[in-house]
Design a protein around this ligand. Structure first.
Ligand SMILES: Nc1nc2c(c(=O)[nH]1)N[C@H]1C(S)=C(S)[C@@H](COP(=O)(O)O)O[C@H]1N2
Ligand SMILES: [Mo]
Length: 514
């Protein structure tokens, strides 16, 4: 009887060959068509909302590596099983790999922008796995025959155990080299670093007014007013980042317009560029969470472009489509109501980073990212609400996605130990495009007290605040915060989950006074 562990290893070797060949073929057909990436992307789209919320809560922005690790582990388990089956019934093991390939083909073709070539990596991967597992299992079976029983006249020559070891080990080594090499090659082929570095963004025709120093109080522990690009949160469904060479980029404007447009990146840059300071946040942010950042965006006016195209009456929704097939819908009325909405090409004085949508993304103040901020934008469709449900709306999220009034305690940090006496409490609050009118703080459920608001830098921006907590006595204390927007609406205490329209509830933090 062939050792079970040896059979499992044979399955794993076949699986690594399979994945490696898939990666190599994906050098031609694009990184999104590599079997594991395709299956992962399909899994992201199929994940039910509760599980997605759980993943974001538990793993934060590491949710993607966790997903990939899960896929690799599942594949390894199935491959080991296929190895065990193959040494008994070769057709069963081969069928396991055919199934592998089938799932990959289905996943790759399910991508919104896939063409038929996307099926090739998984097709070749499945075939490779099947052939390799049958080959290795055959070698193994013949090698054990002299030890395990009478010779079998129907099969070929006896192979040595050494030959099996060499074949299995060699397969794994070759797979590692080919797989890693394939991925590297695919990445370098789609690399746009040089193209991005070559972009020269013209100066702004309309500058944003400078943020007054009084809007940025120097309190240790407060986030900086502008979030550095490297620290800016990233939320998207892209397992591999779309890499777009600006020379190949164009933006279509179509749908309910009098004059459909197609503009190139150069044409976009020749338009008058506007600077807009805006605090962007994610609907998936929990109370007190980190998915918020402020940036100085630079780009062409989105309403001006839409007016050029001539929006027809009856249009209600602007749907942005990205290179990777994401769809994001914004209420058209808001885009055209005078707020500074942008087709952004730069972020904090730097060409848009690839992870944040290079070469072009939309920015519409007042909305969460999922209803306004299409990264890797390539297509704008003017339409009605009835005619199109964008990606997140299909999954039950609120169709409007206006950013809710939110406040957060940043100082002291949760469970910080602070000295008794006077304690500085500080944080941020935002109600984008409405503005913050007041922030109140209370300690241990006592009376609400007005916090000191930093100077107002504009309705599209967060506002920092501070509060001098005097006479803090030793012990454990709970600090709570709530904000009031410029319309006079006080943040509700009622806790709501991010799904379906953004979390609500007061942020609180526990500190230990010593
Ligand atoms: N193409 C694309 N654009 C996207 C998304 C996405 O998944 N794909 N996610 C949106 C969401 S939910 C948010 S909160 C913002 C986040 O932008 P950032 O990653 O630059 O912070 O991008 C939006 N634009
Ligand atoms: Mo988001």
């Amino acid at each position: 009887m062939l050792h079970a562990a040896a059979a499992a290893v044979i399955g794993l070797a076949a699986a690594s060959a399979s994945v490696a060949v898939g990666e190599l073929v994906a050098v031609m057909s694009g990184p999104q068509s590599a079997p594991v990436i395709a299956v992962g992307s399909a899994a992201i789209d199929l994940t039910p909302t509760w599980l997605k919320e759980y993943a974001v809560r538990t793993f934060g922005t590491s949710d993607k590596p966790v997903l990939l690790a899960g896929i690799y582990l599942t594949m390894a388990a199935i491959a080991a099983l296929a190895g065990l089956l193959t040494v008994r019934r070769p057709t069963l093991g081969a069928a396991g790999f055919a199934l592998f390939g089938g799932v990959g083909i289905w996943a790759a073709l399910s991508r919104p922008t896939a063409t038929i070539t996307a099926a090739l990596p998984s097709l070749t991967a499945g075939l490779t796995g099947a052939v390799v597992v049958v080959w290795l299992a055959g070698l193994a079976r013949r090698s054990r025959r002299p030890l395990a029983g009478p010779p079998d006249a129907t099969s070929g020559p006896v192979s040595s155990r050494r030959a099996v070891l060499v074949a299995t080990g060699g397969t794994m080594a070759a797979a590692a080299v080919a797989g890693v090499g394939g991925r590297r090659l695919a990445d370098s082929r789609s690399d746009v670093t040089a193209a991005r570095n070559a972009v020269r963004i013209p100066p702004a025709a309309t500058r944003a007014s400078p943020v007054p120093p009084a809007a940025r109080p120097a309190i240790a522990g407060l986030p900086s007013f502008y979030t550095p690009n490297a620290d800016f949160y990233r939320v998207d469904t892209a397992l591999t980042l779309p890499r777009i060479d600006p020379r190949d980029w164009s933006l279509r404007v179509r749908g309910l317009v009098d004059r459909p447009l197609l503009i190139s990146f150069d044409e976009l840059l020749r338009r008058p560029l506007e600077e807009v300071d805006h605090t962007l946040s994610c609907v998936s942010n929990e109370v007190g969470g980190p998915y918020v950042g402020t940036s100085r965006w630079l780009g062409a006016s989105l309403p001006a472009l839409l007016r050029e195209a001539g929006v027809r009456s009856g249009a209600e929704q602007l749907v942005g489509r990205s290179k990777d097939g994401m769809t994001i819908g914004t209420p058209l009325e808001a885009v055209l109501d005078g707020r500074q909405a942008l087709l952004a090409v730069a972020m904090n004085g730097e060409t848009l980073p690839v992870a944040h949508g290079f070469p072009c993304r939309s920015v519409v103040p007042g909305f969460y990212g999922y209803t306004s901020a299409t990264k890797w934008l390539v297509d704008l469709e003017v339409t009605t609400f009835a005619a199109h449900d964008p990606y997140w709306v299909k999954r039950g999220w609120d169709r409007t996605g206006a950013a809710k009034t939110t406040s957060r305690i940043d100082v002291p940090a949760p469970f910080a130990r602070v000295a008794a006496g006077d304690v500085t409490v500080a944080g941020t609050a935002w109600a984008t495009h409405r503005g913050i009118a007041a922030v109140e703080v209370r300690v241990d459920g006592g009376p609400w007290t007005q916090a000191r608001l930093a100077a107002d830098a504009g309705v599209d921006l967060w506002r920092q605040w501070s509060y001098d907590w005097t006479g803090a006595r030793p012990g454990t204390h709970r600090i709570e915060v709530r904000a009031t927007d410029a319309g006079g609406n006080v943040q509700t205490e009622a806790r709501a989950t991010p799904f379906p329209s953004g979390s609500t509830g007061w942020h609180s933090t526990v500190v230990i006074v010593t």
